[in-house]
Write a protein that binds this ligand. Sequence first.
Ligand code: 2P0
Length: 336
Amino acid sequence: PGAATDRAVATAVAQPNIALIKYWGKRDEELVLPRTDSLSMTLDIFPTTTRVHLDRTALHDRVALNGASATGEALRRIVAFLDLVRERSGRPERAVVDTRNTVPTGAGLASSASGFAALALAATTAYGLDLGPVALSRLARRGSGSASRSVFGGFAVWHAGHGAGGPDGDLASYAEPVPAGDLDPALVVAVVNAGPKDVSSRAAMRRTVDTSPLYGPWAASSRDDLAAMRTALLRADLDAVGEIAERNALGMHATMLAARPAVRYLAPASLTVLDAVARLRRDGVCAYATMDAGPNVKVLCRRVDAERVASVLRGAAPGSTVHVALPGPGARLLDE
Ligand code: 2P0
């Protein structure tokens, strides 16, 4: 162990990503292997900052989320992730984790993506592992699937990989940057409700895969959407990017609505925002919506139109909070 390893402390920052081609459905729950490839844009807003330090004398990990002790499922997932890092590093120490989100947790705003990307980088560094970005992405995936993409800035594709599970499945499933042309996009985030969701995305995607007759057709069309999306990104054709993203997201929500019982994240205010986006398009503005496991709506548009789009959305859904995001950086370390 060198000096860096002996320090046994690290702080990392990561930002959420919003998928333009969605991840919805696992083929292996334990390894977090998805059924389809997905593609996202990492945002420049809502950072999560996570500090990990090793405590040689502690018998248990201690985790603070926004200053409060983590308990239950949140604690269990973080400890399970630290166990993976301990196994790989061969260091048995327990850790003290302090993580701060600037985004509402569990509201479909990708807090688990920024959270596990930041934790993966801080924890591997504190435990003396020096993983490259692809290996880091593969590890972050084990915490939360979408975290694999927040390791990278800009646009990233997460490969579903191949194989049912096991070491081969694990090795082949990671994210990497996607080549894009000269796009100048913004994502306008309309937070219509910042409260936590009733059904976790983990449970909702399981129910969708198990019971929705629309799941198979959506997964098949999502493969075509991904190929078309790669072409649209290379051509920097924002209208095509938006059109593909919107149909992929609404298709994903259709699979959930057809699940038994249905999972419905769309709220009345979500539909109001979707109507406003359709009106913007009729007025000649390039604007397309995407939605995740929550009622909030994210609108892809040109950077020059972002303030106009934001003010239209504020007017359409007066109770909402609207943020403008640009493509942001991947996970990085802060100086201690
Ligand atoms: C996505 N979502 O691609 C999709 C679209 C929500 C809707 O990734 O079970 O928190 O931890 O792997 O990553 C949310 O799912 O789920 C998500 P787990 P995760 O962004």
